[in-house]
Design a protein around this ligand. Structure first.
Ligand code: AMP
Length: 282
């Protein structure tokens, strides 16, 4: 597996692949890889001739007071896992390489209202920083496909919208959420949970499953579902930030006649902030 630390190295290698007309796949990550990330990589390997995985803990997508400094950085293990899967190149730039003039006044992508709602409400600036770095990575690699996880559902919607609005020629693919057997979605941040919290955390998925089953059975009293979901989380000792039913395509308020909903929730548990969702097609 090739390793590029600089943009110049990345471009040299990509140039060779492109001259050979190879299809390029990109999987952006912040490292500390788990099976969820590796599923995205497997998908990219199926969809492209050459796969680049970026490992970059992007400072601009952490809201003030969030865990940027503490975010787990485990590059050696990540490297080994990616090589074992047959990834062609890992791109692991420094912050200085990505933001040579600093992050403070860097040009960024305004993702509009989509970045303000739901997770954007409690994580000011997060989606702007995330979209900006994804846009940079797309500009740097010009991939044919880029793969993202459905676990970060709002992120996926923001990226699809950005790619559409800015006419970026890439296919955005969403991969299903990888879970523990308990139902808890895999996340690098699960390590912030104590043992006791880990036992309570699957309540998030279970509450989403109940709402999803009710929607599938024809329930359209969205307020009732949301109130029930929040109450279930509270009973399990989680502090819900939101529990909501939205249109799956654009996160708008749900239309009872709609054919595709997403039930989304975010909750705090100890030092962790958990998010999860289920898409419901009726
Ligand atoms: P991160 O390293 O947390 O920025 O995530 C990198 C990519 O992996 C994003 O597209 C995430 O949505 C995706 N991802 C993270 N956790 C999971 C999971 N449990 N299942 C599927 N994809 C995931």
């Amino acid at each position: 597996m090739l390793e590029a630390r600089t943009i110049a190295e990345l471009r040299t290698i990509l140039g060779e692949w492109r001259r050979a007309s190879q299809r390029i796949g990109l999987v952006p990550t912040m490292g500390n890889l788990h099976q969820g990330h590796l599923n995205l990589v497997r998908r990219a390997l199926r969809e492209a001739d050459r796969v680049v995985v970026s490992v970059f803990v992007n400072p601009t997508q952490f809201a003030p007071g969030e865990d940027y400094q503490d975010y787990p950085r485990t590059f050696e293990q990540d490297w080994e896992q990616l090589e074992a899967l047959g990834v062609d190149m890992v791109f692991a730039p420094s912050v200085g390489e990505m933001y040579p003039d600093g992050t403070k006044h860097a040009t960024c992508i305004d993702v509009g209202d989509l970045g303000e709602i739901l997770c954007g409400d409690s994580r000011p600036g997060h989606f702007k920083g995330m979209a900006s770095v994804v846009n940079m990575l797309l500009n740097l690699t010009h991939p044919d496909v880029a793969v993202f996880g459905q676990k970060d559902y709002q992120q996926l919607v923001v990226i699809r919208r950005m790619v559409c609005d800015l006419h970026i020629p890439v296919a955005i693919l969403g991969e299903p959420t990888a879970r523990e057997s308990s139902g808890l979605a895999l996340s690098s941040r699960n390590r912030y949970l104590s043992e006791n919290e880990r036992r309570r955390a699957p309540a998030l998925y279970h509450a989403l499953q109940k709402a999803s089953a009710a929607l599938s059975a024809g329930e359209r009293d969205f307020r009732k579902l949301e109130a029930k979901g929040c109450a279930e989380l509270e009973e399990a000792g989680l502090q819900p930030e939101y529990f909501t039913v939205r249109e799956a395509g654009d996160l708008a308020a749900p239309d009872p006649e709609s054919g595709e909903f997403v039930v989304m929730a975010a909750a705090r548990l100890g030092h962790a902030r958990l998010i999860d969702n289920i898409v419901v097609r009726s």
